[in-house]
Write a protein that binds this ligand. Structure first.
Ligand code: UDP
Ligand code: GAL
Ligand code: GAL
Ligand code: MN
Length: 284
């Protein structure tokens, strides 16, 4: 394979942070060679699981999600879509490319949308102990109210990864919307915290996703017993976990963008973007 050699004295980009102080790469367009990475991953013949929840009215998002994933997500790799739903018959039958399959799995529903969102941790924990271990090597766990808009490949894979929230990559620590109630299991003091991670995009190997989802679920249950719910639900507990179990790779906001934030100059690609929704209509 022929490619331009890296230059030890010339960083490919200087407008963004490419590496955390704990030496986890932050994945931005223009900082990696996808051919080199793909060759490495293909040698290992990896299987990737992409999980989403489509509970109640959120089944409307599934078709676009899968269609755009077929076009952009891990093209050429072995992919299993795991769609958790309470409305199995609403999930459309779709033709998938070779090496890809769709598993529709029944999941419980909850009255409050916050609870639906938070309970994802419990279900992912349980499946990480059961079938995920046999079926895939890496898990990518995302929101369903999204569409792929550009390539997402093996550059995202790592033992434990999180994603920079599109609304908070450049703000001072005190602005991060961490949970600030010291009674909560998600509490983060004002003088701590690295990044603000999005609840809608994390992953890693199955064992690490098990540990992460177990922690979050247990913390949510401990809070529930105290009648506490963290400000941004599962996202708040995820941020607590990543503070003390730092990600081994971090995805830039290219991987979870929301066009309502505009398109800043450093953002060369918008790979996965939110599908606008009427919150009240869809959540009730
Ligand atoms: N969700 C769902 N049904 C609901 C509410 C939420 O399936 O009634 C799932 C869905 O996967 C969704 C995720 O929980 O993407 C997070 O909720 P939402 O996207 O509404 O949160 P936001 O991204 O707006 O913070
Ligand atoms: C909003 C987003 C919420 C939550 C919040 C955190 O932009 O819609 O889901 O992540 O930021 O402050
Ligand atoms: C995340 C949330 C996603 C998306 C994103 C951007 O926290 O889980 O659903 O809304 O924020 O606003
Ligand atoms: Mn969402």
């Amino acid at each position: 394979m022929l490619y331009e050699k890296p230059d030890a004295l010339k960083p490919p980009r200087t407008d963004i942070l490419m590496m955390t102080p704990w030496f986890a790469p932050i994945v931005w367009n223009g900082t990696y060679n996808i051919d080199v990475l793909t060759a490495q991953f293909q040698q290992r013949d990896l299987r990737i699981g992409l999980t989403v929840f489509a509970i109640k009215k959120y089944t409307v998002f599934v078709q676009t999600f899968i269609e755009t994933a077929e076009k952009y997500f891990m093209v050429g790799h072995k992919v299993t879509y795991y769609v958790f739903t309470d409305r199995v018959s609403d999930i459309p039958i779709m033709e998938l490319a070779e090496g890809r399959r769709l598993m529709v799995l029944r999941a419980p529903t909850y009255q409050r949308w916050q609870e639906v969102s938070m309970r994802r941790m419990e279900i992912l924990r349980d499946y990480s102990r059961q079938r995920f271990t046999d079926e895939v090597d890496y898990l990518v766990c995302v929101d369903v109210d999204m569409r792929f808009n550009d390539e997402v490949g093996v550059e995202i894979l790592s033992d434990r990864f999180g994603t920079l929230h599109p609304g908070m990559y450049g703000v001072p620590r005190k602005i991060y919307t961490y949970e600030r109630n010291p009674q909560s299991e998600a509490f983060i003091p004002l003088d701590e915290g690295d990044f603000y991670y999005a609840g809608g995009y994390f992953g890693g190997n199955v064992e690490e996703v098990y540990k992460l989802t177990s922690f979050c679920h247990n913390a949510m249950m401990a809070d529930k017993a105290k009648n506490i719910e963290a400000i941004w639900h599962d996202e708040s507990y995820l941020n607590k976990y990543f503070l003390y179990h730092k990600p081994t790779k971090i995805l830039s906001p290219e991987y979870l963008w929301d066009d309502s934030f505009g398109i800043p100059k450093f953002l060369k690609r918008r790979r996965f973007v939110t599908v606008p929704k009427k919150h009240n209509e869809i959540r009730n």
